[in-house]
Design a protein around this ligand. Structure first.
Ligand SMILES: [Zn+2]
Length: 261
């Protein structure tokens, strides 16, 4: 009798766990691309992303059961959404790499190819009330205006937070991700590294298998996430100075942004 009762309790706990949603908002998918990048994308449907410049990309390459490595090195558009990016405090240590799979032809089409000088950039004031100078940022899809909205929020944080932010570590840089054939979001002018002084990067922490570490306050992370940026601190290969504009991975909460449609 006791054994049966124990099994029922166990089954109920299991069922409750399975029924619990992993996060409150509906999980983003390819359909969110049109909402996130209205300037570049005309529509998403019938298994395709149709760009305003006439290019058409298939959402799926038809390859199933990709390894984690293949999903990073040869992703299709579907793979960009395979791992959910969850807002708020990170799992410690993070087990995945949400947002690191990027289908490059799509980003090349949206931001331009930096190796051909094709990325349109603008100088954006970085923490102007805290002597942060300016940084170059992409203008496509209002990425520059989203960064300005982040700056407005960051400047409301207490003065002792300045040390995490100023000087900025860098934005536009036409390069591949170190040790990979993949183009960094810095190559599109749509990523910013905040101050390197209090940042932790897996390669600086001993390389593969480095223990996750973070000193960046969540208030900083939340200011970026509110305006469509994801944080490299949520990756197993952590990079806590790194924020990149990926509004397709975050819920549509950006309506108060001047960048939002
Ligand atoms: Zn970076």
């Amino acid at each position: 009798m006791r054994r049966t009762g124990g099994r029922i309790t166990f089954a109920l706990i299991l069922a409750a766990g399975l029924a619990m949603p992993s996060d409150a908002a509906p999980r983003p998918g390819p359909q969110d691309l049109a909402r996130a990048y209205p300037q570049s994308i005309a529509r998403v449907g019938d298994g395709k992303v149709v760009m305003r410049n006439g290019q058409v990309f298939a959402i799926s390459d038809g390859v199933s059961g990709k390894s984690d490595e293949r999903r990073l090195n040869a992703p299709d558009i579907d793979d960009m959404f395979f791992e959910a990016y969850v807002q708020g405090p990170p799992a410690r240590p993070p087990s995945g790499e949400p947002g690191r799979a990027r289908y490059e032809p799509l980003f090349n089409a949206m931001y331009g190819d930096c190796s051909r000088g094709g990325v349109r950039l603008r100088r954006v004031a970085w923490m102007p009330h805290r002597h942060g100078g300016t940084v170059l940022f992409a203008t496509a899809n209002g990425a520059d205006r989203a960064l300005e909205a982040v700056v407005r929020d960051l400047e409301r944080l207490p003065p002792d937070m300045t040390r995490f932010l100023v000087p900025a570590g860098g934005t536009y840089n036409c390069r591949k991700i170190q040790g990979t054939p993949r183009r960094s979001m810095h190559a599109y002018g749509a990523a910013i590294d905040i101050s390197t002084r209090y940042s932790d990067y897996w390669m600086w922490s001993g390389g593969e298998g480095a223990a996750w570490r973070n000193r960046i306050p969540m208030e900083v992370v939340e200011a970026f996430e509110r305006h469509g940026f994801i944080w490299g601190g949520k990756w197993r290969h952590f990079d806590t100075m790194h924020f990149e504009y990926r509004p397709e991975l975050l819920p549509a909460q950006r309506r108060q942004d001047p960048a939002a449609p």
